[in-house]
Design a protein around this ligand. Structure first.
Ligand SMILES: *[C@@H]1O[C@H](CO)[C@@H](O)[C@H](O)[C@H]1NC(C)=O
Length: 234
């Protein structure tokens, strides 16, 4: 994925920083999400951080709900987007989430984020559509190992992205993938265990940027409705 501009990232980072600094000293009334917020690529509409990136060709509507709730409707079987809610910065966390994920075609439901220095884009994949990530020869991906955590085995994969969109503009950087074998929609993810598995596989991580429970679609259509911070009730 990518940023439309570095400026919006800087603004979002500044807003997140100031909001975070205030939150440590003041009792915070919970702000209601403002409709205009959904036009911005990154924003802090409530206690969760939201991110919505669209390559400009995907037909997608991101609906920012209260607290950890969001939904995405996409159509057209064209383009790439990543949307979701989480934290900025991300990092080691116990991530509860629940909801529905109903893609037609290629899409991922994952705990998704970035580190800098080194620049890394990572995915802890909980479910996917028709394409298992890293599985086709054109992915040119390498499996580094496996980790059993959060009730399933996850496969650890990596691949390089050359001159691709990133949170630092167009760049060359690795992707790290932890891909769940027993796919699910809803549960608890201990991100630290996945990060440790990356590092144990020789995949270095840097300083955490944002981390979201993301819906990503590629040339597909579908819907998702996710609540971050709430584990499934059954
Ligand atoms: C959604 O994608 C599938 C193929 O993955 C296609 O058969 C279907 O027509 C698409 N539906 C819409 C509404 O675009």
């Amino acid at each position: 994925m990518a940023r439309p501009s570095q400026i919006s990232l800087l603004l979002a980072t500044l807003v997140a920083f100031v909001t975070g600094a205030l939150a440590t000293v003041l009792p915070q009334p919970r702000p209601q999400p403002q409709p205009r917020d959904i036009d911005l690529p990154d924003f802090t509409a409530d206690s969760f951080y939201s991110s919505f990136w669209n390559d400009g060709t995907a037909k997608v509507k991101y609906n920012n709900g209260p607290n950890g709730k969001y939904s995405v409707d996409w159509s057209g079987n064209k383009g790439n987007f990543v949307a979701g809610k989480g934290w900025n910065p991300g990092g080691p966390r116990v991530v509860d989430y629940s909801g529905t994920f109903a893609p037609n075609g290629n899409a991922y439901l994952s705990i998704y984020g970035w580190t800098t220095n080194p620049l890394v884009e990572y995915y802890i994949v909980e479910s996917y559509g028709t394409h298992k990530p890293c599985s086709s020869p054109t992915d040119d991906a390498e499996q580094k190992g496996k980790v059993t955590v959060d009730g399933s085995t996850y496969e650890i994969w990596t691949k390089m992205r050359k001159n691709k969109p990133s949170i630092q503009g167009t760049a060359t950087f690795p992707q790290y993938w932890s891909i769940r074998t027993d796919l699910r929609v809803g549960g608890t993810v201990h991100t630290d265990d996945h990060f440790k598995a990356f590092v144990a596989s020789g995949l270095k991580m840097g300083r955490h940027s944002y981390m979201i429970v993301a819906t990503e679609g590629q040339d597909s259509n579908g819907t998702s409705s996710i609540v971050v911070g709430v584990a499934p009730s059954s």
